[in-house]
Every structure is written in structure tokens, then in C-alpha cells.
Design a protein around this ligand. Structure first.
Ligand SMILES: Cc1ncc(COP(=O)(O)O)c(C=O)c1O
Length: 418
């Protein structure tokens, strides 16, 4: 099958059997079929190469098919792939111990699942069970996943409304406003769930002292603090965990995305002994998952953490992120009629446009030039730039100059329209 026929065939099947609206959107933006991923690049059906600055929304921190993760998973395939769940799993045990070593102090226990939203579901359940309370405090524009429980705490009505009624007793407060949060975190609250930097909300960095203030408010009310590090965790922001910036110790922390090393899907919920005791002491099977903690995913997770530590990727994220942000700030200054701000931490960067529709046009221009980015789900004004932490200087230069050209061409197109 030649490249055009292959594209047409995949597009038709998406439209007929997967999601017609999404198929139209992806085709309109100019996305082809991903045929191969290698390091920081994705190759499509025409053999065109794209620098992946979307990074699977934080999944490809190690790039695509990092050799250490691939060989760990290959070796695992040759012994045992999935767990029957009756025997102990060495890989699961090793990953839990490794995560406890690097996690904020006190998070000694781990529940493994297969995605970010499952980790959040677990966190909400554990908070309810261990406090005996039902109220949950979350933030406007937050994103915690799309299964029913996670959706109940998602701060964007557009996604919640069609599926209501959802979990009762959720109160939303503005992100970054610790006083509003402290008022909502009362004696009825089981927990507050928060992203340390809002990803899908538009790469929103809270004022300093925010997480510490939430910690204090939770302690005062006897509520639990859940820090959702699904997108920020494992080096993305220039720290192993963004919550560590203020030295805050959450009661529960969620992880996924980068934990699979860009090779396997895996999620994890981490928490304290006291919470695990409350959930599991009477019934060790009170929260389980068939595929969670399987040997293949855990082997990938172990190799990913080893690589992040041994290759100094947390430091690389801070260093390369500063270079990329400087470059994008210059682009923003040159096109200040279209772009209002470039901001970010480490390699979690957002470019904010003055109008919603412009971001979408820029994404298409960049794609034409071999740079893959996307706008954030809860805020289409913001293009996210989240490349692999292994991005090098020449790739950063390419990303910045391509962004400059793409925005310039969008500005010309817009000028022709008026
Ligand atoms: C902060 C955060 N939490 C949870 C999720 C849900 O993760 P998943 O898509 O793996 O269910 C996401 C996904 O983008 C996220 O960014």
C-alpha cells in the first residue's frame, strides 16, 4: 500500500469506527499516520520527520523508544509478561521500592494501575475511605482525567455537563487562590486535589507558597492533600516532582505518563502508611486492578527511573527548559500582537495567544514545517511545548526558529483576511 492509500485507509477507519469528529479535526490540523518514533522524532507515512514538542502530553520524557527502556521490556517479554496476580511480582516490588526512594517523604506505599485517571480514581477513593468524609475540593480549569470520578473533579464544565450527575459534594475554587481553598477545605472535606502546575488548564503556575498554604489548610481541617503529578512528575518541570519545590509532603500523589518511559502505559498512586492501613487493613482486596503493576509496565518504569537518574534528565529539563523558554520569550516579544506570554518551568512550557483560534492556526503551520505541538485541552489559547527531556541544543534552535516562522506566517495569513 502506498503512503497516500495508507493514510486514506486509516482516516476512513477512524471516521467509520473510532471517532468521526476527532478524525476530521486531526486531518484538518494536518496530522498524518505515525509510523515510527525515534528519540525526539516521529515519522509519518510519507517519511516526514517531526520534532515531537508535544511529547505525548508529557509521556515521552525519555523520547520515543529509549533503548534502555526497550531492552528492559524486551528482556521482560522473554520471561513473564503479565501477572496472574496470585504470585508475587519481583518487578512490581522493585518499582514500588524505587518510587518510595524518590518520592516526597512519607509516601511509602504504591498502588499500580494503567493510566493517570485510574491513579486519580484511587486517590479519591482512598481519601474518602481513610477520612470517612465525602467532600472534595478541586480547582477551576483543572484536568484529572475523564473517567467518572476524575471527571467529577475536572474543573471544566464543558466536559462534565454531558455526563452529569457525577460525584456529589465537589467544590471548585480558583487555582492559585489559597484563601478560597482554605475556606472550602472545612471539617467535611475528605481532600483537596490539585496539580502543582495546571497542564491542560494552560500551563498555569501558581503563586509561590500556594502548595504550602494548601498543606496547612488540609492539616487544620483534617483533610488530605492529593497532588496530581501525572503530567508534572518525574522531571518534567526541572524537579523530580514539582510538589517538592516548596518541600510539601502530600498525603497522596498520582503518577502516570512519563513513568512508562514512553514505551508502556502505567499509572501509580502513592500514599502514606496511615492511608494504606485505613484502606487495606480490613480488606486487602478493597482496591485492585487486573493489569495494574504488570511485569512489562514495571520493567519499563524501573528502566525509566534509572535512566532519568543516571542520565541526569531532571537537571537537563531545568537547563534545556531555560534555553527553550528564553528563545520562545523572544518569539513572543517579536510577535506581541499575537502572543501575550511565554511561560513555564523546566520543559513544561506554554505559549499564550491573544485569541483562541490563532493557536490552532499556528499548530497547523508548525506541523507543515516539521514541528509537532498542540494546544492545551482546557484552554485552546495556549500551545503547550513539552518535548522529551533529552532534547539537544540544535533541536531547541529548530523549535524556536520554526515557531518564529510559523507565527509570522500565521500573522500574514490573518492580515490577508482583514
Ligand atoms: C494532571 C493530569 N491528571 C490526570 C490525567 C489523566 O491521565 P490519563 O489520560 O492517563 O488518564 C492527565 C492527562 O492529561 C493529567 O494531565
Amino acid at each position: 500500500m502506498d503512503a497516500d492509500a495508507l493514510y486514506a485507509d486509516v482516516l476512513r477507519k477512524y471516521a467509520k469506527h473510532i471517532n468521526p469528529g476527532l478524525a476530521r479535526l486531526m486531518a484538518f490540523a494536518g496530522f498524518g499516520v505515525e509510523m515510527r518514533g525515534e528519540g525526539c522524532y516521529i515519522f509519518d507515512q510519507d517519511g516526514r520527520r517531526f520534532l515531537d514538542c508535544l511529547g505525548g502530553y508529557g509521556t515521552f520524557s525519555l523520547g520515543h523508544r529509549h533503548p534502555r527502556v526497550v531492552s528492559a521490556v524486551r528482556a521482560q517479554l522473554d520471561t513473564i509478561a503479565l501477572s496472574g496476580k496470585a504470585f508475587f511480582s519481583q518487578q512490581c516490588a522493585n518499582l514500588a521500592e524505587t518510587l518510595a526512594e524518590i518520592a516526597p517523604e512519607g509516601l511509602e506505599y504504591c498502588f499500580f494501575c494503567n493510566s493517570g485517571t485510574e491513579a486519580v480514581e484511587g486517590a479519591l477513593k482512598f481519601a474518602k475511605a481513610s477520612t470517612g468524609r465525602a467532600k472534595i475540593v478541586s480547582t477551576h480549569d483543572s484536568f484529572h482525567g475523564k473517567t467518572l470520578g476524575s471527571l467529577s473533579v475536572m474543573g471544566r464544565e464543558k466536559y462534565r455537563l454531558p455526563f452529569e450527575p457525577l460525584l456529589p459534594g465537589v467544590e471548585f475554587v480558583p487555582f492559585g487562590d489559597s484563601e478560597a481553598a482554605a475556606r472550602a477545605i472545612d471539617s467535611l472535606a475528605a481532600c483537596m486535589i490539585v496539580e502543582p502546575i495546571q497542564g491542560e488548564g494552560g500551563i498555569v503556575i501558581p503563586p509561590s507558597g500556594y502548595l504550602s498554604a494548601l498543606r496547612e489548610a488540609c492539616d487544620r481541617a483534617g483533610a488530605l492533600l492529593i497532588v496530581d503529578e501525572v503530567q508534572t512528575g518525574l522531571g518534567r518541570t526541572g524537579l523530580m516532582f514539582e510538589g517538592l519545590r516548596e518541600g510539601v509532603r502530600p498525603d497522596l500523589m498520582t503518577l502516570a505518563k512519563a513513568l512508562g518511559g514512553g514505551v508502556m502505559p502505567i499509572g501509580a498512586l502513592m500514599g502514606t502508611e496511615r492511608i494504606w492501613d485505613a484502606v487495606y487493613s480490613r480488606n486487602p482486596l478493597s482496591h485492585t486492578s487486573t493489569f495494574g503493576g504488570n511485569p512489562l509496565a514495571c520493567a519499563a518504569g524501573l528502566a525509566a527511573i534509572e535512566t532519568i537518574r543516571e542520565e541526569g534528565l531532571v537537571e537537563a529539563s531545568a537547563r534545556q527548559g531555560a534555553k527553550l523558554l528564553d528563545g520562545l520569550k523572544e518569539v513572543a516579544a517579536r510577535h506581541s500582537d499575537l502572543i501575550s506570554e511565554a511561560r513555564g518551568r523546566g520543559l513544561m512550557i506554554g505559549l499564550e495567544f491573544r485569541q483562541d483560534e490563532v493557536g490552532e492556526l499556528v499548530v497547523a503551520q508548525l506541523l507543515k514545517r516539521g514541528l509537532c505541538v498542540a494546544y492545551t485541552l482546557n484552554n485552546p489559547r495556549i500551545i503547550r511545548v513539552e518535548p522529551p527531556l533529552i532534547i539537544d541544543d540544535s533541536q531547541i534552535e529548530f523549535a524556536v526558529s520554526t515557531m518564529d516562522e510559523g507565527v509570522a506566517e500565521t500573522a500574514e495569513l490573518l492580515a490577508e483576511l482583514v
